[in-house]
Design a protein around this ligand. Sequence first.
Ligand code: ADP
Length: 527
Amino acid sequence: MSQQLGGQPILILKEGSSRTRGRDAQSINIAAAKAVAAAVRTTLGPKGMDKMLVDTIGDVVITNDGVTILKEMDIEHPAAKMMVEVAKTQDDEVGDGTTTSVVVAGELLKRAEDLLEQDVHPTVIAHGYRMAADKAIEIVKDLAIDVKPNDADILLKIAGTAMTGKGAEASKDKLCDLIVRAVTMVAEEDGTVDLDFIKVEKKVGGSIEDSGIVEGVLIDKERVHPAMPKKVDNAKILLLNAAVEFKKTEVDAEINITSPDQLQMFLDEEERMIRGIVDKIIASGANVLFCQKGIDDIAQHYLAKAGIFATRRVKKSDMEKLSRATGATLISSIDAISPEELGFAGIVEERKVSGEDMTFVEQCKNPKAVSIIIKGGTEHVVDELDRAIEDALRVVEVALRDKKFVAGGGSPEVELSLRLREYAATVGGRAQLAIEAFASALEIIPRTLAENAGLDPIDILVDLRAAHEKGQKTAGLDVNTGKAGDMLAQGVVEPLRVKTQAISSAAEAAVMILRIDDVIASSKSAG
Ligand code: ADP
C-alpha cells in the first residue's frame, strides 16, 4: 500500500499486504460471520439435524453441538473466527446455548447490513444494539422463574431440554435421571456444585439403557496380576506417580557380564531394589495401589503376594479424581511413601462392565464423588452421548447455582422482541431503528426452530406473536403440533443464564464486527 507525496509513493506496509476499507471491509466481515451462523443453523432445536465432520486424517465426528462443529471446522477468516469465539464463550460460561448465540449474532449482523444500506452509521447501530442487549437482559431476568430447593422435577426438565435433539432422545428420561441424581449427590447445601466430582466414563458396548451411576470413582483399568485380590474392603489407598520398576540408566550404559555368577548378582540386585520399593509400600499400610506409571513383573509378583490390589498407567485426571475422593496425596517419589499420605475407600473392587474389567472405588472418604457410566452401541454414539451429558450436567449445575430458569422453545425470544419494540418507541431517533432491528433479529430463534421442524416459519411467528400479545409469556413452538404451546407445561425450560449469556455474547460479537472499517492483513509469505 502506498501514499503519494509529491508524486513519490511512500510504502508503509510490507509488499503483498492487503487492505480493505469502509463498506467493503464491513460487507466481507458480515458475510463471513453470516456464513458461520448459516453453518450451524440447521442443527438448532429438537428437530435439528446432525453434522458429520471429517478431519484431515479421516476421523469422523457426528454431532449436533454448535461449539463442537465450529471447533472441528478449520475456520480461517478473522471475522468468522470471532463468531467461533462467541460459541466458545457460551460453552465456557454455561455449557449450552452455543448454536443459539451464534445464530443470533449472525442475524444481528444481517439486520445491521440492512441498516447500513439505509445509511445508518455503524456506531449508531452499535450503540442501539448495546442498549437493546442491556434492556433484553433486564426483561429476560424479569421473566425468570425461581428454581425451588429440592425441586428435582424442574432439574429433570432442564436436563431434558439440553439433551433434546442430541441423539439421546430415546433414552432421555433414563439419562436425565442419572444426571440429576449425580448433580444432587454432589451439590452443597447452598446449591453450589463442583462438577469435578462427577466422572463420566464412556464404554462402547451394550445399550444406552445399561448406563448407570456409581457412588464413587470408576477407573477404566484392571488389576495388574490375577493373584491380587479382586475386592478389598476398608481400602487404604496409595496414589503413586512413579514407576515401580528397576531404574533404567539415563545414559546408554553397557554392562559386561562374563560369568553366570555375575549375571545372578545383577538380577539379584534388580530384585532387591524392587523389593525395597514394594516393602516401602507394604510398610505404609496400603492395600490398594493406583500407579500412574508402570509396575514391572517382579513388583507385580511381590505386590500380589502381599495381598495388595494394584493398577498401573492410570490417567492423570483419574489420579486427581481419586485424590479428591479418597483424600490420598498424589506422591511422585518412592521416598515420600508414608501412612499419612494414604486415602480411604470402603470398597475397591474389579467388576465387569460390558465384558471389560474396570475398577470401582466406592464408599469414598469424600462421599461426594460419583461416576456416570455411559454405554452405547458404537463409539460415535457414545461420544455424542458424552457431549450431551456434559452439556446437561452444566445446565443443571448453572440452574442450581443461579436458581433461575426460563421457558424455552422460542418463547423468551418472542416476548423479548415484543417488549424491545415497545422500548424502541420510547427511545426514538436512529437508535430506535437499531433496537427494532435487534428485536427482529431475536425472532430468528423461533423461526429457525420452525424451519428445522419442517414447519412454516411465518405462520408460526404470527401465531406466537398473537399469543404473546394476549399475555401468554411462555408460549413457544410446540414442534409436535406445529402451533403455539405453553413451554412451561411441556417442560421445555432452560437456565436463565443460557439466555442472558447468549444475548450478551451475540451482541458483543456483532458490535465488534460492525465497528471494524479497515482490515489490514499482512501477506502470508511475509508473515
Ligand atoms: P443450543 O446449542 O443453542 O443449545 P439446541 O440445538 O440445543 O441449541 O437448541 C436449543 C433450542 O431448542 C432452545 O431454544 C430450546 O428452547 C429449544 N428446544 C429444546 N427442546 C425443545 C422442545 N421440545 N420444543 C421446542 N423447543 C425446544
